[in-house]
Write a protein that binds this ligand. Structure first.
Ligand code: AMP
Ligand code: MG
Length: 354
């Protein structure tokens, strides 16, 4: 991941009146952060909104400095270079344990050891996009095996020749840590948008839920073209889609979500997967879960994704919005009355129940 050093200060509006009391509904700080290859927008409310917004930025920069596989001093860079690391920080240890767990849970559809394959296609940053030969992919696929990563106390060891890419959960981890900051600073409401990863905290100042648009993958050039809108309060919503990063060659489109079973961009009939889950406590790691699942379920395709949800998503543990290549939007039970289809999108709305 490239690191963008600069951030743009968008709006700093703190309405304190003339020495009067601060109105937490209108006291607001909004900053844009360019990190993790994405433009992020952090909007916090409440008396401590400026300090909270900058603390959120610190969390993002701190995680990027640890988890990037292109920044030379990051823990992940050092781990990939040496194959082992003996002074593993507690945070990366937890993230790697989470990654191992989700690899197992998703039957390997989510697997951070897919890194060499991601690099071969040029999606690791820095390299040119290219279509690797099948021979090269077959060779690299032998290195893809999440179960070979061993975490033992402060030591982590990769299998021979392996490397890891945490790009599919880094923003989810950041969202989890931001949730902690929001609670620590007693932020009553916030809208945190980490490029496809949203944390809708509290409600809007007028008491209505946050409205989270789901990009219409068929109209990527139009930033406000939505397949539909979710109304969310205290929730994470994470979207994975082939449209988020791709290149074209020989009339074909190749995107960045790799099916670890084939080494090719997943071709599962889905255009995007959004996973939502409650945002209550950082220790739930629900932001990370949504991020891991959105990537994995995109790889799995509609049928397996719904089966996965039926087995594990019961009672609102998590819910899904699937946008299919054949023009449907499938919404699971828990979001039925929180999702509104954009009528101009042309999609047909379908409901999935347990
Ligand atoms: P996301 O946007 O969260 O779905 O993450 C996609 C990113 O994760 C890609 O740009 C790759 O860096 C990495 N990645 C691609 N395929 C996989 C996979 N099957 N499992 C884990 N990480 C992946
Ligand atoms: Mg993800």
């Amino acid at each position: 991941m490239k690191r963008f050093a600069a951030y743009v200060f968008l709006l700093a509006l703190l309405l304190t009146g003339c020495g009067g009391p601060v109105d937490p509904d209108t006291a607001q700080e909004s900053i844009q952060v360019l990190a993790m290859d994405t433009a992020m927008l952090i909007t916090t409310y409440g008396e401590r909104s400026p300090a909270a917004a900058y603390a959120c930025e610190d969390v993002i920069r701190d995680l990027e400095a640890k988890l990037s596989r292109t920044l030379e001093n990051s823990e992940v860079f050092r781990l990939n270079a040496a194959g082992t690391l003996e002074d593993l920080e507690a945070e990366l240890r937890t993230i790697l344990s989470q990654a191992g767990y989700y690899c197992q849970e998703t039957g390997g559809a989510f697997d951070v050891t897919v890194a060499p394959v991601v690099s071969a296609w040029g999606f690791a940053g820095g390299d040119e996009y290219r279509v690797p030969s099948q021979e090269e992919l077959d060779r690299l696929l032998e290195l893809v095996d999440g179960s070979a990563v061993k975490v033992n106390g402060q030591t982590v060891a990769l299998g021979p020749g392996q490397s890891i890419d945490l790009g599919a959960i880094a923003k989810g981890c950041a969202a989890d840590r931001i949730l902690e900051v929001l609670q620590e600073y007693e932020v009553p409401r916030a809208n945190i948008s980490l490029g496809g990863n949203v944390l809708a905290w509290g409600d809007r100042p007028d008491g209505t839920p946050w409205r989270v648009g789901i990009q219409d993958p068929a109209r990527v050039g139009e930033p406000n073209a939505f397949a539909g809108v979710l109304e969310l309060t205290d929730a994470f919503a994470v979207t994975s889609g082939g449209y988020q990063r791709y290149f074209e060659q020989g009339g074909k489109t190749y995107h960045h979500i790799i099916d670890p079973a084939t080494g090719h961009p997943a071709d599962s009939g889905l255009r995007s997967v959004t996973v939502t889950a409650p945002a209550a406590r950082k220790d739930d790691w629900n932001g990370t879960m949504c991020d891991a699942f959105s990537t994995a379920l995109f790889v799995m395709g509609e049928e397996k994704a719904l089966e996965f949800w039926r087995e594990r998503g019961a009672g609102g543990t998590f819910d899904l919005v699937l946008v299919t290549e054949d023009g449907r939007v499938v919404v699971t039970e828990g979001l039925a009355d929180r999702f509104t289809l954009d009528e101009t999108s042309g999609y047909a709305l379908e409901a999935a129940s347990q």
